[in-house]
Ligand binder design. Structure first.
Ligand code: G3H
Length: 258
């Protein structure tokens, strides 16, 4: 019955949050590997979650990029109230994604769907270290970086390591190194092995993993059976305040190994 299914889902949510030692897990029915509607539902759930998590006053929400984030953003609803105002910023500088799924674009869409505001971080890809460092001295960039540092909420996805490395056109040397270090997951430009240990980091400005640990509201969104291993690896050491929004296919696969 539907009731049993709902109870079953709640049980799975509880098992997952206990297994990772995180604050909360929400599981959507289906498999986002092949059902786009699951991602739309992520949008509803993210809206409801942020509605509960974000306090009144001025909030700064730092968001990452990726296809999950981009589609989730498209299906968000209003979060702005008379007392609560939200500014969306990209969590980190460009890490080699297509324009529409870059953190800048995701934060702009989230602002427009939720009725908030956004600020972009304009740092082009593929710069020499020298140019990159001098660009960082620009006041307009410093200003956005300061806002990012002040964020009280982070929303991000989790990807498969080698898939993400290939999509971001990382070098052959980097690919070899990721394989040698058994990288299985990627999030915020960090790569993790099966134990959730960082094995590599793309050097970019913006939020670092140690900053995320200290932010009171963290939401991770990732689903699909194909991502189960990556989600499990990243979540092992995820900040304890994390809320994980995932789907049934990923959740069942994660719990299989428990
Ligand atoms: O860091 C993780 C990736 O942004 C996930 O990308 O949502 O396109 O799988 P994806």
């Amino acid at each position: 019955s539907v009731m049993n299914q709902l109870l079953g889902m709640h049980q799975v949510e509880k098992e997952i949050s206990q297994y990772f030692g995180i604050k909360r897990c929400i599981v959507v029915a289906g498999n986002s590997d092949n059902q786009e509607k699951v991602l739309y539902e992520f949008g509803d759930i993210l809206t409801d979650s942020l509605d509960l998590l974000l306090p009144d006053g001025d909030n700064i929400v730092a968001v990452m990029g990726g296809t999950t984030m981009a589609l989730t953003a498209e299906h968000m609803g209003t979060l702005e109230t008379e007392k609560r105002h939200n500014l969306f910023v990209p969590a980190r500088g460009g890490i080699g994604e297509a324009m529409t799924v870059q953190a800048n674009s995701v934060s702009a869409v989230m602002a427009s769907k939720t009725g908030g505001h956004h600020r972009a971080l304009y740092v082009p890809e593929q710069l020499s270290l020298e140019t990159y460092n001098s660009l960082l001295q620009e006041p307009s960039i410093q200003e956005v970086l300061t806002l990012i540092e002040q964020s009280n909420c982070v929303v991000h996805s989790i990807g498969r390591a080698l898939h993400m490395a290939a999509r971001r056109k990382m070098s052959d040397d980097e690919m070899v190194m990721l394989k040698q270090n058994n990288a299985v997951a990627e999030s915020f430009g960090y790569f993790f092995d099966e134990e959730g240990e960082v094995v590599y980091k793309i050097p970019r400005i913006g939020l670092q993993l140690k900053d995320v640990q200290k932010i009171s509201n963290v939401v991770a969104i990732a689903g699909g059976k194909s991502k189960a291993k990556a989600i499990r690896a990243y979540m092992k050491n995820a900040p304890k305040q994390t809320w994980l929004i995932t789907d049934e296919a990923a959740a069942n696969e994660i719990l299989k190994g428990v």
